[in-house]
Design a protein around this ligand. Sequence first.
Ligand SMILES: [Zn+2]
Length: 491
Amino acid sequence: MKTIFKQSVFAGTLAALLSMHSIAFAAGAPPAAAAPAEEKKPVQILFTNVNIFDGFSDKLQNNMSVLVEANYIKEVGKKVNAPDAYVVDGGGRTMTPGLIDMHQHVMLNPPEGTASYRTKWDGAAGGAYAQHHLMNNILLKGITTVRDIAGDPLDIAKAIDMGQLPGPRIYSSGGSISQTGGHGDWAGRNVPPEILAGKIDMSQRTQNTWVVDGTDEVTKAVRLNLRRGAAFTKIMGGGGVASEFDPLEIMGLASDEVARAVEISADNGTYVATHAYHDASYNRLMDLGVRSFEHGFLVSEPTVKRMASMGEEVVWSFQCFMSVNTFGDYDAMPAFFTHEQKLKGVAVGKGARNASKLMNKHNVFTIGGSDMFGIPFVEMIKQDITCNVDAGYTPAQALKHWTGNAGKVLKWSGPKDPYPTYKLGTIAEGAYADLLLWDGNPLEDIKLILDESKLHLVMKDGLTYKNTLVGVDSPIYKPAKAPPTRGQYPL
Ligand SMILES: [Zn+2]
């Protein structure tokens, strides 16, 4: 058991004190023993004796202290003076920022994946699956933020931000923007055309995807997403594996449709992310101002060099585990894939090994996103990070893809950023208090992040969701009312 005390006033367990911290937020009430003069002071927690991975550096900063005030990091240093803080002795553990999965589809967890909403599941079931995994397989495993990149969990995000459901921060694109027969056309082959065009098949009715043709329809769909709180726009710029009508080689949206999506997004201060695989689509999409490039497993060296030359204007989003491990192996692919989908996956798996070598060689600005949804994949998301190391990146690079770099890209949402006040993905003054404590050093042994018993503390927004520092056998989950960071809803 680790000692924690409020500067010679309190002695007690971390659980008790952090619980009090939550209550303090919920009720605006002070810790019980606080003097009236202190009542309005925000709660402070001082972590001492931690070795920090700051989200960017190749090395840990040893024996540091981190002062959390309310929901943000107020100070990081060798010696931090905070006489009113609750003190948590980190015991030499490694502290990292909360992990950020930059490619999630939280609404696609029912067993049939993208085909779930054809006939088998409604939006309520999709939401129930989402909430279960957001808590148990995402937040409690240390992933404190997801970029949800096609799908509409925006009201789940709202409930999380109101402190009424537990879960990570969610930056969502809302429904993907796809042409008829594109990667986001998830309706069955024989769905009547007027149902598809009328956007009343269940995939569109639940607003998880939009099947649009022409610039007017693109305008409408992008604006509908942004109206509901989408932080960016996801378009389908080429063929895909997990869809039925689109060979990998095809282009997705037409040029004027892409340009319109970029224009409306830019008018709202945010950016466009695209699904695409090959040179033709990547280059056209770069010409048109798209910034976040998912997949790209069939691109060649000149395209990679072009991306590198653009610095941090564009980013490559690497889905390592699904492309290299799962798509590389016909038999390992999701059971709901058809034979044709599995053949496409095999081609992608082969290309992914080559693409990641090229991106690494040319030092392309890179983030990591699992694209892992549906059982069993959603249960092993962090294997995407360790896969980065298997693919040739260092452990520090792999973690940087999932923390520091991810936090930079999230800020591309500008005025549509649902968490605009502080930085994300880093341990630094003025960052949100999304913090993890690990038993061991993941820069030396990246695989330790897969062992949940080595993850001793999960803090999101200054509130503790998992805590084994006090010696309890099971994670302590605390339903906590978060501070009103989202800004766009009346909390
Ligand atoms: Zn995806």
